[in-house]
Write a protein that binds this ligand. Structure first.
Ligand SMILES: [Zn+2]
Length: 118
């Protein structure tokens, strides 16, 4: 299991580097004069960006991370530590994009017996 995690970590590092490189190429591309080639580069960069983000979320899922579906490719939710609940502590995961928490906001208690419509 440890070997698998280590392997995943290296793949994740590789994917992060790839995303960074894509970002750098995107900036460099701005220096090019407008042309058909620039358009093609833009298009393939977009695809590469999407593919690397998808790969990243696949790895995150395999490592047991929670995923937020507010965007596609999905966002990887990050742990914000433990949150005190009514009867126990629960680990909270928050989406870096939309700030959605994995812990449902406290609402009025649901009484399934009396609220059940049948
Ligand atoms: Zn989100």
């Amino acid at each position: 299991m440890d070997e698998i995690s280590t392997a995943f970590e290296s793949v994740k590092a590789g994917v992060s580097l790839l995303s960074e490189s894509i970002g750098l190429i995107k900036k460099t591309k701005e220096l090019l004069p407008d042309s058909r080639e620039k358009e093609i580069i833009e298009k393939s960069l977009e695809e590469a960006d999407k593919a690397s983000k998808l790969a990243e979320s696949q790895i995150a899922l395999a490592l047991g991370y929670e995923i937020c579906q507010c965007t596609f490719p999905p966002q990887i939710m990050l742990s914000k530590g433990y949150k005190e609940q009514e009867y126990h502590h629960k680990e909270e995961f928050v989406c870096p994009k939309c700030q959605k928490s994995s812990i449902l906001p406290r609402s009025k208690p649901i009484n399934t017996m009396s609220d059940w419509p049948y």
